[in-house]
Design a protein around this ligand. Structure first.
Ligand code: S3P
Length: 439
């Protein structure tokens, strides 16, 4: 992918949809592979991360048909897979590696999971510890327990596990393993994390018990095959939400976007910062609530983002840091040390790029303080190989004086392959981008 060349944007007055949700697309492939039959998945995200999950499940013998770019048919194998004939490459995808570890910990064969250079630096001890307690044998590199992972699975027993880090990936890996373990498996999270795994297990008719931040599963349940429609990804919508929210008089309407309350924290943060956002959930009874968002731009003001709100906006913090740079006052992001172990060290990447655009930033071990409100200046910035850094700074460029160039943008294909087209359309004029919804 070419570098992004971004210039100041005109007012946004349009409506859009965004591609399918990444977290839900991964789970749709994984969980339908566990069912007893055919599952059609629509609005699947054809990004590289989710393609890594397709490749992994095929390597385990699952038949997966690609009807078109976003429609996938999975033929479930009732939880019994074939030993892979070679290493399984998870690419850049932490979700693939961590969730798959839970599944493979339960399979009576050996497997090896590898990843790209970024994934090879991400900590896996957080899944190795609970899965080993359940009875799996997993080895990784060095004290930091880095990929590749070698997994020898089978004969698991349930555990009661209080998670030291708030991580939906860890929770999901344990629940996946718990599905195959003897007895009951219980996980408690320190703060509520996205609950797509719980919702999908229930959708496939697996009984779960949830109480507060604790969820339990009994081993031996069977998943019933059903079709699944993936809603649009609010983490992809987040870039355009900020682009509209920070531009007074802009109006943006986003249709068919996931509005799961464990993912929609960005709405409350932007409202707190002064944006007008109307949320309408159109299918509250579905496994995953979705609907539309209407955003009107206003002058933004600073806020604090910390504590239990962090897991709910974990993937939106890069674009919220850009919103903070555009808001009057000092925004504080705290309790977000997890950002240091994402696709790159996102706190360091944000501080470097914001400073290059002329913003005063104080970086802390678990967050940052951003002095917003002064004019951004265009700059040449790296994505640090991280899709969300690339896209967040493309949006910053829409507000900067002079041209902003983002290099190393191939990574955007991991979660939002059509981002460059939408960006180009936004930079042209609203009518080229879709129909104006202002009547
Ligand atoms: C994800 C959970 C989050 C998130 C990641 C996707 C998931 O990671 O950052 O992009 O699909 O479960 P953690 O669970 O490690 O916080």
């Amino acid at each position: 992918m070419h570098p992004f060349h971004v210039k100041q944007a005109p007012l946004i007055e349009t409506q859009i949809t965004v591609p399918g949700d990444k977290s839900i697309s991964h789970r749709a492939i994984l969980f339908s592979s566990l069912t007893n039959g055919r599952c059609e998945i629509t609005n699947f995200l054809p990004g590289e991360d989710c393609r890594a999950t397709i490749g992994a499940m095929r390597a385990l013998g699952v038949e997966i048909e690609e009807v078109d770019a976003t429609t996938i048919v999975v033929h479930g194998r009732r939880g019994k897979f074939s030993p892979p004939t070679q290493e399984i490459d998870c690419g850049n995808s932490g979700t693939t590696m961590r969730l798959l570890s839970g599944l493979l910990a339960a399979q009576p064969f050996e497997s090896k999971l590898t990843g790209d250079p970024s994934l090879s630096k991400r900590p896996m001890g957080r899944v190795i510890t609970p899965l080993s307690q359940m009875g799996a044998t997993i080895s990784a590199n060095g004290e930091k327990k880095l990929p590749p992972l070698s997994i020898k699975g089978g004969n698991l027993h349930g555990i009661d596990y209080p998670m030291p880090v708030a991580s939906a990936q860890v929770k999901s890996a344990i629940l996946l393993a718990g599905l195959f373990a003897s007895g009951k498996t219980t996980v408690t999270e320190p703060a509520p994390c996205r609950d797509h795994t719980e919702r999908m297990l229930r959708y496939f008719l697996v009984p779960l018990r949830s109480e507060g931040n604790t969820v339990s599963i009994h081993g031996g349940a069977h998943l019933e095959s059903r079709d699944f429609a993936v809603p649009g990804d609010i983490s992809s919508a987040a870039f355009w939400m900020v682009a509209a929210a920070a531009q007074p008089d802009s109006q943006l309407f986003i249709r068919n976007v996931g509005l799961n309350p464990t993912r929609s924290g960005i709405i409350s943060v932007l409202v707190r910062m002064g944006a007008f956002i109307r949320e309408s959930v159109e299918n509250p009874t579905q496994a995953e609530p979705s609907g539309s968002l209407e955003i009107k731009g206003c002058p933004l003001v600073a806020t604090r983002i910390e504590g239990k709100e962090i897991p709910n906006v974990i993937d939106e913090l890069p674009i919220l840091a850009v919103a903070a740079a555009l808001a009057e006052g000092t925004t504080v992001i705290a309790d977000a040390a997890e950002l240091r172990v994402k696709e790159t060290d996102r706190l360091a990447a944000l501080a470097t790029n914001l400073r290059a655009m002329g913003v005063t930033v104080r970086e802390n071990p678990d967050g940052m303080e951003i002095d917003g409100g002064s004019e951004l200046k265009g700059a040449k910035l790296s994505s640090f190989g991280d899709h969300r850094i690339a896209m967040a700074f493309a949006i910053a460029g829409l507000f900067a004086k002079g041209e902003t160039i983002i290099t190393d943008t191939d990574c955007v294909a991991t979660s939002y392959p059509s981002f460059p087209e939408t960006l180009a359309a936004i930079m042209k004029k609203p009518s080229a981008f879709g129909k104006s919804f202002r009547r």
